[in-house]
Design a protein around this ligand. Structure first.
Ligand code: 5GP
Length: 144
C-alpha cells in the first residue's frame, strides 16, 4: 500500500494537533477544518478503505470514536455533529488511509447551519424487488 501523509503524521515526521493516541489509533485536528474542532480519527495500521481494515484496528476505532465525539463536543460547545467516512475517490476520499471525520455543528458563530458542511442526500424510493435480492445476497455473504 503506498504511503500517505497520515503515515508521516503517525511517525511524527509531520506535526499535527494531536487529540488522542493509543497503540492502535490516533486522532488529530484536520488541517482544513469544516468547523473548529473538526477531528480525524485513524487506525495506525494502514488500510485504504474501511472494508479492508483488520478486526483489531476496527475494534480499537469503534472503542474510541464515541469518546472522541464527546471530547469534540465538550471542547467546542457543540451538541450535534457529523461522523463522515469516505471510501474511494468516487466517495470523496482524498487521503488513501482509512479515517473518520468528526465534525461539530455549532449553532453559534460563523460555522452555524450549513455554512461549513453541506450534505445533499438525493434519496429515491426503494425498489422492493431489487432490495429483496440485494439483502438476500448480503445475508449470504455475511453468513458465517
Ligand atoms: P477525505 O476527503 O480523504 O475524507 O479527507 C482527508 C482529510 O485529510 C481532509 O479533510 C484534509 O483536510 C485532511 N488532511 C490532508 N492532509 C493533512 C495533513 O497533512 N494534516 C492534517 N491534520 N490533515 C490533513
Amino acid at each position: 500500500m503506498p504511503e500517505t501523509i497520515f503515515d508521516k503524521i503517525i511517525r511524527g515526521q509531520i506535526p499535527c494537533h494531536r487529540v488522542y493516541d493509543d497503540a492502535f489509533t490516533l486522532a488529530f485536528l484536520d488541517i482544513n477544518p469544516i468547523a473548529p474542532g473538526h477531528t480525524l480519527v485513524i487506525p495506525k495500521h494502514a488500510a485504504v478503505t474501511l472494508g479492508e481494515l483488520d478486526d483489531e484496528s476496527a475494534a480499537a476505532i469503534g472503542r474510541v470514536l464515541p469518546r472522541i465525539c464527546r471530547a469534540v463536543c465538550a471542547a467546542t460547545g457543540a451538541s450535534q455533529y457529523n461522523v463522515l467516512q469516505n471510501n474511494g475517490p468516487l466517495a470523496h476520499q482524498a487521503v488513501m488511509h482509512v479515517h473518520f471525520h468528526v465534525i461539530p455543528r455549532n449553532p453559534r458563530g460563523e460555522h452555524r447551519d450549513e455554512a461549513g458542511l453541506g450534505v445533499r442526500w438525493n434519496a429515491t424510493a426503494i425498489d422492493h424487488a431489487m432490495a429483496g435480492q440485494l439483502a438476500a445476497r448480503m445475508r449470504s455473504l455475511l453468513s458465517p
